[in-house]
Design a protein. Structure first.
Ligand code: ATR
Length: 392
């Protein structure tokens, strides 16, 4: 997946919702102290009223450096990439961790490919809770994890690692469950949450029912291939593949014919209408990019819905054109959200706080954009799914 989104910045100091807030304790202590001073008794009640009112508002959001300060019990998750400064994952995941009330932090580490094995071993040695992997590590990491989830076997790439320990009954458990006990062995368990995130985003952000759908997929690179295989696994009715390099689309089509006998697959543009057109090419990442399709062969008016794996800019020419033609549209931020939410669930064993994570992610991704937030430019406000060109 392409790493082209270098404008986002890591921001561990973003504002996050507070649920367990020690600042409210000190605020109340301050109110009580002031109200109990004799010289202030006449003004104590107005002060109390103001401070409680102010305190309630203040208590909704405070900068996260004041919440759950890092201490000796803080557990660490990290994303490894090269480069990594563009990653929006720390903002999203730290908001999620804070909302779950966990004394955990999620950091971003620039790890050169030649150091990936050592960095994974280091995470095991330091008892990190888990890792995410982004460009260029997803394929490389397959050789460096100790155990594969089914999703890694299926998609051939690792984007999430859970560090696990073996207890005295020889059961492997998430490392954070061991507390102060030292497991007799530690392993890195690899998962892939990317492919599932594509279809979850299509369903939740566009309301598409994939079973039996007619789909045109543009692009047969790394992202396009995974999207095509996942759509086939979801039993779409007909899948049309178009790619600049025809042979790559043919190779993906052949792979699908081998693995999914019931899916009708063709290389080339469809006649008539489709339920969904997906852009999985990298065209649209730059502001002056053209449409990623040949409008003499296919008009976006033929598509009931359009999805762009690109999420920045929030609305590519592809989405603008589709929206103007009456299609329902969504960009790729939801894909980024759902792959991260699933990773958080794998580490914590708890449901991810999706709305908190979505808000933090949207704020982080679009904070420097000259383009309006996706809510104002993309039909579905929940539609900002990350794409293949969407590294977290
Ligand atoms: P990713 O892993 O993000 O999918 P990729 O594997 O390099 O990145 O794939 C990029 C996709 O965008 C491919 O489908 C590529 O087409 P080719 O397979 O022909 O290279 C497509 N793409 C990139 N630039 C393009 C361009 N100028 N015109 C048409 N397609 C383009």
């Amino acid at each position: 997946m392409r790493n082209s989104l270098v404008t986002s910045r890591l921001n561990l100091g973003s504002v996050v919702p507070i649920h367990r807030d020690c600042s409210s304790v000190s605020l109340l202590a301050n109110i009580v102290t002031r109200a109990s001073r004799p010289c202030h008794y006449k003004c104590a009640l107005p002060v109390l009223g103001f401070e409680l009112w102010f305190g309630l508002n203040y208590n909704l959001r405070v900068p996260d450096e004041f919440v759950n300060p890092i201490n000796a019990s803080t557990r660490i998750c990290a994303v490894y990439g090269f480069p990594i400064k563009h990653s929006a994952s720390p903002a999203m995941q730290n908001a999620g961790l804070a909302a779950l009330g966990l004394n955990w932090r999620y950091i971003a580490c620039e790890v050169a490919p030649e150091n990936l094995r050592a960095a994974i071993e280091g995470a095991k040695a330091m008892r990190f809770v888990g890792l995410n992997l982004t460009v260029p590590h997803k394929l490389l990491a397959v050789d460096f994890v100790d155990e594969f989830d089914e999703s890694v076997k299926r998609w051939g790439a690792v984007n999430t690692i859970r560090i696990e320990g073996r207890d005295k009954h020889s059961t492997w458990l998430p490392i954070h469950q061991f507390g102060d006990v030292q497991p007799d062995k530690i392993r890195a368990h690899g998962f892939n949450t990317d492919a599932e995130a594509i279809t979850r985003s299509l369903r939740e952000d566009l309301g598409i029912e994939l079973g039996g759908a007619r789909v045109l997929l543009l692009g047969a690179g790394g992202a396009g291939r995974v999207a095509a295989l996942k759509l086939a696994a979801e039993n779409v009715g007909e899948l049309f593949l178009v790619n600049r390099t025809h042979s790559k689309a043919s190779a993906v089509a052949a792979e699908i014919r081998r693995r999914h006998l019931n899916v009708k697959i063709q290389v080339g543009y469809p006649r008539g209408e489709v339920d969904l057109c997906i852009n999985a090419t990298s065209i649209g990442l730059s502001p002056n990019d053209p449409l990623p399709l040949d409008t003499r062969q296919f008009s976006l008016r033929q598509a009931h819905a359009a999805y762009d794996l690109i999420y920045r800019p929030a609305e590519t020419l592809f989405l603008q054109t589709a929206k103007a033609g009456g299609s329902k549209v969504a960009n790729g931020l939801g894909m980024l959200l759902y792959q991260g939410a699933k990773a958080l669930e794998i580490w914590t064993g708890q449901s991810a706080p999706i709305s908190v994570m979505r808000e933090a992610l949207t704020k982080e991704v679009y904070k420097q954009s000259t383009i309006h937030s996706p809510q104002s430019t993309v039909q579905s406000p929940q539609s900002t799914a990350g794409g293949a060109h969407t590294e977290g």
